[in-house]
Design a protein around this ligand. Structure first.
Ligand SMILES: [Cu+2]
Length: 106
């Protein structure tokens, strides 16, 4: 393989890698915001634990727990993390999580 051919092949490979996320599907890219219903938070250390669990995830920019309304509002990078992963993190921290709008956690 000549030098030029190798260079072209390299560029093509790079373009394919860059194009891959865009081809993965519409919607979920960039900064998103969602609200997750959380039950089992009874005091401010509970809500702090939930916020901590979320912020530990790569891609979560901001998390704000609302103790009174049993929910947490999250701003996140849709390329890096999904609401499903967030709910798993909340459950691992010992709380129950579901997406509002009837989507069951299981
Ligand atoms: Cu508590």
């Amino acid at each position: 393989m000549g030098r030029l051919t190798a260079a072209v092949a390299g560029v093509v490979a790079l373009l394919l890698v860059l194009a891959a996320p865009a081809a993965a599907g519409p919607g979920k890219q960039g900064i998103q915001e969602t609200t997750i219903a959380v039950s089992g938070m009874f005091c401010s250390s509970c809500s702090a634990a939930v916020v901590q669990a979320l912020k530990r995830l790569d891609g979560v920019a901001e998390a704000q727990a609302d103790l009174k309304d049993d929910r947490v509002r999250v701003r996140y990078d849709g390329d890096k993390v999904t609401p499903r992963r967030m709910m798993e993190a909340i459950r691992k921290a010992g709380y129950r999580a579901s997406l509002p709008g009837g989507q069951a956690p299981h």
